[in-house]
Design a protein around this ligand. Structure first.
Ligand code: HSE
Length: 437
């Protein structure tokens, strides 16, 4: 029986999960591919540490030198699980140029260097698969790329980061403090090694760049995505918006077509509590798609964690192994040719139109409301609802408004002007409301 040999770099949480999966799916592999998948070489920075798997039983070589995979002509597939830009970028390029197929779970490297990888894949007739890079085991990449191949996408949006979704859920449902929830998420193994990537929205920005590229057939990189994190969210607003307005806080990654181009943005947002995405809690992730023929579809599941991520990686390895055994590997690429000359502009965040939640912290005095609404009107912002919370300290009153659709630049101008009023005592804040997704 034909054997496909793989080499894996990165024996952290996901690497362990991949090894564990391959220990007991040989029958599935045979059924799917007609052959066997053998882990020949494992590479990690530190090799003399205790492992969750039995190396002798696995029969693999353990090394701290990636060239033991990249220069080994017997190895068909290089599985990159170290994450980050470098050295992952150089290793993947070397693997492709050495005629190896690549499987990676590394959204960061893909969202920066896709064009370079694609060019190397085409030149060397090899494949690069990356299902686990977005949503771990949720097959959103195959789903968008192949399952919905004939559709045009008006919108792709999602809860793409388990860590921040876990934190927001703990804040909303358990009144848990932000820092405490972050530490818990790290313990549970969802967070990136540098959690600023999670909480600042960068991880989700990498992921939406990948999904937008697949959906719109043009490469978008991390530099095209506007990203804001969850670290400036106030618990008060989260609780108030749910109780009084029926709005749920989520960190959404959005790729939306409008008349000028495509909006690519990641930021906290309020969504109606009855929307499907509002029910996506804890470390769960979801990709929500508005496709012209298929309609609205939501891919939902565990978007982070050991075995879910391993599932995504293993599915890619199986697909490539099947192609190698059938003799079709590299004859066509997984991702069709992106046309980077396509005229799809990325819309500047200040140009977007949205509804907004505004909070002003003002003195409870005659005429203050009139001053605020006057500034809003002068900046083309139309108020939809207005609520006043109890005065909480020194005669300062939180005044909450929601708006009809307004342009982001106008909202920012109005807020600046309101912050300059004598009656304004603390910085005002705004949060976008997405109720048309
Ligand atoms: N840190 C990521 C998350 C892991 O929290 O979703 C999966 O990419």
């Amino acid at each position: 029986m034909k054997q496909i040999k793989i080499g894996i770099i990165g024996l952290g949480t996901v690497g362990d999960g991949v090894i564990k999966m391959f220990e007991n799916i040989q029958e599935i592999v045979r059924e799917k591919t007609g052959g066997e998948i053998v882990i020949k070489t494992l590479v990690d920075r530190v090799i003399d540490k205790e492992r969750d798997f039995d190396l002798a039983k696995l029969g693999a070589k353990l090394s701290d030198n990636v060239d033991d995979i990249l220069d080994d002509p017997e190895i068909n597939i290089f599985v990159e699980l170290i994450g980050g830009y470098e050295p992952a970028h150089s290793m993947i390029l070397k693997a492709l140029n050495n005629g190896k197929h690549v499987v990676t779970a590394n959204k960061a490297v893909l969202a920066k260097y896709w064009d370079e990888f694609n060019e190397a894949c085409v030149r060397n007739n090899v494949l690069c698969y990356f299902e686990a890079s977005v949503g771990a085991g949720i097959p959103a990449i195959q789903g968008i790329n192949e399952g919905l191949a004939g559709n045009r996408f008006n919108l792709i949006c999602g809860i793409l980061n388990g860590t921040t979704n876990f934190i927001l859920t703990k804040m909303l449902k358990d009144n848990m403090d932000y820092d405490e929830a972050l530490i818990l998420a790290q313990k549970l193994g969802f967070a990136e090694s540098d959690p600023t990537y999670d909480v600042k929205g960068i991880d989700a920005a990498h992921k939406i760049a990948i999904l937008a590229s697949l959906a719109y057939g043009k490469t978008f990189t991390i530099d095209d995505v506007y990203a804001e994190g969850i670290d400036e969210i106030h618990l008060d607003d989260v609780i108030f918006a749910k109780k009084e307005l029926g709005l749920i806080i989520k960190l959404l990654a959005i790729a939306k077509k409008n008349e000028w181009g495509v909006e690519l943005r990641v930021h906290p947002v309020f969504i109606p509590e009855e929307h499907l995405l509002a029910a996506v809690d804890s470390e769960y992730s979801a990709v929500y798609v508005d496709a012209d023929a298929a309609g609205n579809i939501m891919f939902y599941g565990k978007g982070a964690g050991k075995m879910p991520a391993a599932s995504g990686v293993v599915s890619d390895v199986i697909y490539i192994a099947k192609n190698i055994i059938n003799g079709t590997a590299g004859k066509n690429q997984f991702v069709a040719n992106y046309d980077n000359s396509k005229n799809i502009q990325v819309v500047d965040i200040n140009e977007i139109k949205s509804k907004y939640y505004l909070r002003f912290n003002v003195l409870d005095e005659v005429g203050v409301l009139a001053e605020i609404t006057d500034i809003l009107a002068k900046n083309n912002v139309s108020v939809a609802t207005c609520l006043q919370k109890d005065v909480h300290k020194e005669n300062i009153m939180p005044l909450i408004m929601t708006t009809h659709k307004a342009q982001e630049a106008d909202i920012k101008k109005a807020i600046n002007a309101i912050n300059g009023l004598k009656s304004s005592k603390e910085s005002s804040l705004f949060m976008r409301i997405e109720n048309e997704i």
